[in-house]
Design a protein around this ligand. Structure first.
Ligand SMILES: NC(=O)c1ccc[n+]([C@@H]2O[C@H](COP(=O)([O-])OP(=O)(O)OC[C@H]3O[C@@H](n4cnc5c(N)ncnc54)[C@H](O)[C@@H]3O)[C@@H](O)[C@H]2O)c1
Length: 423
């Protein structure tokens, strides 16, 4: 098969490599000139994505993968075009479709008759039909006759995209029956994995929002329970272990918020549409309040935070990926600074300039002499650090650390919904 993937980012590029590995001829289209040039040299622009560097170099070497800047001409001979251009929220909390629609216009203008176009980017329900479909019609391509259009959400976890692609079934839904059928056949053949075909693009769009909102609300519930645990001085981690031993209970882990491109964004897609939205909005509020809650709790423990020296470790939105999108490390910083503390940041996955551009004063090495250390993203590199030298009190902001290991270094440990080590 010959395939184009439009948007050679964290999702699109591994996807393009996976198709090439299966023997297909793939062009990855992107508006980022530097990225296009790197890919064509066989260089990996996403170093923290496991296995990508080797696969990319190999696939470019075989000639089955190349990148292109001009989407319109690159798709002219493609049978299938997938879209993995990111959609974020605008300042009003609504989906910002500008990049995706621009990509759709390029493809609608260039694509050959009979091509299959699959939208992989998570969208508010109804967007593929109401907003994207008309771009093809405006270019003179009738859906279901000249072009076939379907939605298929990417369900991958950054850092292990290549593994997940082989593990999870593809979910597809078409704008009409033939588009859905063709999309299902495409995934079964192109990736060789199981396919769940739903009856419409809307059903497939909602299935992805359901996955994301489920996680956001589950974490919100875990956060609510963690706050109750704090009130009673019990440890939420043992409570969760006990509760989850019952097969209907799947409580997630509490923490100071939820970041990244996906989980904090998708509930807003649900909220902006029609339908039952209050619960999703409430979950967002609960999770958004967690940085303030954690800092209040530290204030209760150590007293006035004014003048305290705080080090935040792990500025990315989650461990082991160099992505700072919607990172809650910034919310923690603002909460400390609002109480007069001084805050430095440390992240082995970012350059000093990267930390500074986020607004953090980069910490100088060795890391020591702070009043409070906050571990926001517990990167692999942080295992075994001498916490007691860094600060006398460590806040494990996502309950990711082993409290015994922290305490063994002489530091006091505090988790979210986990009691502090007695003084
Ligand atoms: N990142 C994740 O963990 C994840 C997981 C599951 C699903 N997704 C979905 O995948 C989508 C893409 O996420 P990502 O992390 O790969 O984003 P990304 O920002 O890493 O990549 C998007 C790419 O699209 C390119 N682009 C922007 N406008 C373009 C245009 N008009 N034409 C061609 N290319 C264009 C950008 O230059 C960039 O390289 C998300 O919106 C989300 O719905 C992401």
């Amino acid at each position: 098969m010959n395939i184009a993937v439009v948007g050679a980012g964290r999702i699109g590029l591994p996807l393009a490599c996976a198709f090439a590995e299966r023997g297909h001829d793939v062009v990855a289209c992107d508006v980022n000139d530097e990225r296009v040039a790197m890919i064509n040299r066989g260089e990996n622009p996403i170093p923290d994505e496991e296995g990508l560097a080797e696969l990319l170099a190999k696939m470019v070497g075989t000639g089955r993968l190349r990148a292109a800047r001009d989407t319109r001409s690159a798709v002219a001979d493609r049978e299938t075009v997938l879209f993995a251009v990111a959609v974020d929220i605008d300042p009003d909390g609504r989906a910002d479709l500008a990049n995706l629609l621009s990509a759709a216009d390029d493809v609608a203008a260039g694509v050959q008759a009979g091509a299959l176009c699959i939208f992989d980017t998570t969208l508010p329900v109804g967007t593929t039909r109401a907003t994207i479909g008309p771009r093809f019609e405006a270019a003179g391509k009738a859906i279901g006759r000249d072009v076939f259009v379907a939605f298929s959400p990417e369900r991958l976890f950054m850092g292990r995209v290549l593994q997940d692609l082989k593990r999870y079934p593809s979910v597809v839904g078409g704008l009409e029956e033939e588009s859905g059928r063709r999309a299902a056949t495409f995934y079964a053949e192109a990736l060789g994995n199981d396919v769940i075909q739903l009856q419409s693009a809307e059903a497939a769009e909602l299935s992805k929002l359901a996955e994301g909102v489920y996680r956001d609300l589950n974490i919100a519930l875990a956060n609510e329970l963690a706050r109750v645990a704090d009130l009673h001085g019990v440890d939420i981690s043992e409570v969760t272990r006990a509760a989850n031993s019952q097969p209907f209970c799947h409580l997630h882990v509490p923490g100071t918020g939820v970041g990244g491109h996906c989980i904090p964004v998708y509930p807003r897609f649900l909220v902006q549409g029609e339908g039952p939205s209050d619960l999703a909005a409430l979950g967002r509020q609960v999770n958004d309040d967690m940085p303030a809650y954690a800092v209040r709790r530290l204030g209760e423990l150590v007293g006035d935070l004014a003048g305290k020296r705080v080090l935040i470790l792990g500025l990315t939105f989650r461990p082991n990926v160099a992505v700072t999108h919607h990172t809650n490390a910034l919310d923690l910083k603002q909460e400390f600074e609002a109480r007069g503390a001084s805050v430095a940041g440390h992240d082995p996955l970012l350059t000093a300039a990267g930390s500074t551009s986020l607004g953090f004063q980069p910490a100088s090495e060795p890391l020591e002499g702070y009043d409070i250390a906050v571990v926001h993203a517990y990167h692999r590199e942080y295992a075994g650090l001498p916490w007691g030298k860094i600060a006398p009190l460590v806040l494990d902001a996502r309950n990711a650390m082993d409290r015994d290991e922290v305490e063994a270094t002489g530091a006091r440990y505090l988790g979210i919904g986990r009691p502090v080590t007695p003084a």
